[in-house]
Design a protein. Structure first.
Length: 141
């Protein structure tokens, strides 16, 4: 029995499990939103929220802690310069986990992991993007 044993193992060795979670967290910071299975999303959320807390601190030790998890240097700088300042007055709860569907092939429950302010920062697509680009250019000169 696994009483009081924390964390999910995903049926993988430790190095593969750590690599999987690092890649998920890096992709989350890079794209602001990812879709994965519910179990993987819950584990990635635990790690990502700690990284955002380090980003809010912003000291050298926090930067080194983040670099042990986030695999890309540009994504780590994006965390400190863009993502963490959005949550400075908040004491946690930076991410939202929305369960969506069951995957078609194996019926695994899927979820979307996103930042709580994702709706306000996402960029419009399609006709809405073109219309906003035209108004930004100053079409009525």
């Amino acid at each position: 029995m696994r009483h009081k044993v924390d964390g999910r193992l995903f049926g993988r060795p430790a190095n593969q499990r750590k690599a999987l979670l690092r890649c998920l967290v890096t992709a989350l910071f890079e794209n602001q939103r990812i879709e994965t299975t519910v179990a993987k999303a819950k584990e990635a959320k635990r790690i990502a929220e700690k990284m955002i807390t380090f980003g809010i601190k912003g000291d050298l030790h926090s930067m080194r802690q983040v670099r042990t998890v986030v695999t890309d240097r540009t994504v780590a700088s994006k965390l400190f310069n863009e993502i963490a300042p959005r949550f400075t007055g908040r004491n946690g709860g930076y991410l939202r986990l929305v369960q969506t569907r069951n995957r078609l092939k194996d019926s695994a429950p899927m979820a979307i992991l996103e930042f709580i302010d994702y709706e306000s920062i996402k960029k419009p697509k399609g006709k809405a993007a073109k219309a906003s680009a035209d108004t930004a250019e100053g079409k009525g000169k």
